[in-house]
Ligand binder design. Structure first.
Ligand code: FES
Length: 158
């Protein structure tokens, strides 16, 4: 038994429902990340074994796509859009403010595992630039002054 055994069992249940395993690596990785929250090496190796592909291929795909996480994320995932429309409207300063307030850099998770801070590329809401997402909820026309309120909002879930 490992700490991920229950999640791996759930993932196996999903893999068993697939008609064929051919070309299903990305789908299975998405499912694994939904279940576990990130993609530990043990889970990647298990997927390689189940899909009969080399572990190096799984690792290559996981590290190629930025939406796959190889480190655990915080309970609250704060993402600042650094796409062009958001960046020219000051999202870099907003990312800096979150970083200062949370004491973590972009791409990091707080020690208490309550917060992760990430940058994202255009989420297709450029009309609302600059955009911040928190656990998938979109905040538009964010200013540095809003950072406090967003963190208070999130604090309710922390
Ligand atoms: S650049 Fe941020 S939503 Fe498009």
């Amino acid at each position: 038994m490992s700490e991920f055994s229950p999640q791996i069992a759930e993932l196996d249940g999903f893999i068993d429902t697939l008609d064929s395993l051919e070309g299903k690596l990305i789908v299975v990785l998405h499912k694994a990340q939904n279940i576990v929250g990130w993609l530990p090496t043990e889970v990647q190796n298990h997927i390689a074994h189940r899909l009969r592909v080399p572990a190096s291929k799984v690792y290559g795909v996981v590290t190629f796509y930025s939406f796959f996480n190889t480190k655990p994320k915080g309970k609250n995932k704060i993402s600042v859009c650094l796409g062009t429309a958001c960046f020219v409207r000051g999202s870099g300063d907003i990312a800096d403010e979150f970083s200062k307030r949370l004491g973590i850099g972009v791409g990091e998770t707080s020690e208490d595992k309550l917060y992760s801070l990430d940058s994202i590329r255009c989420v297709g809401a450029c009309g609302l630039a600059p955009v911040v997402t928190v656990n998938g909820k979109v905040y538009g026309r964010v200013t540095v002054k809003d950072v406090d309120n967003i963190l208070k909002d999130v604090g309710g879930n922390a």
